[in-house]
Design a binder for this molecule. Structure first.
Ligand SMILES: C[C@H](O)[C@H](O)[C@H]1CNC2=NC(N)=NC(=O)C2=N1
Length: 97
């Protein structure tokens, strides 16, 4: 079972996650894509990655702007599962731009 990260550990991990912010309750990144279809394509790729990781982000879609929030719901905090998911999301977003 993943262990919840301390606030300091989350801050350290956020240093390596450009565009992400948050705290020990959750981490968030908002991205703007070129179009609504591009945004949905990114969300679809993130869904595939989330299924592979068995770890799922909260996703807010507003036209071309997509916000991802990662927290480990079963624990109620941020774990390395969320950090790994955030890294995968970054790879997908960078590949879509
Ligand atoms: C059974 C399955 O492994 C669990 O329900 C997973 C699914 N995806 C998850 N995603 C997130 N963000 N938090 C969880 O606790 C979680 N649990």
């Amino acid at each position: 079972m993943a262990e919840v990260l301390t606030a300091e550990a989350v801050r350290d991990e956020l240093d390596g996650l450009a565009g992400w912010s948050g705290d020990s309750a959750g981490i968030t990144r908002t991205v703007e894509l070129a179009s609504f279809p591009d945004a949905i394509a990114v969300v679809d790729r993130v869904a595939v990655a989330a299924e592979e990781l068995d770890h799922h982000p909260d996703i807010d879609i507003r036209w071309r702007t997509v916000t991802f929030r990662c927290a480990t719901h079963s624990i109620g905090g941020v774990t390395m599962r969320d950090i790994r998911l955030a890294r995968r999301i970054d790879e997908i977003v960078e590949g879509a731009r």
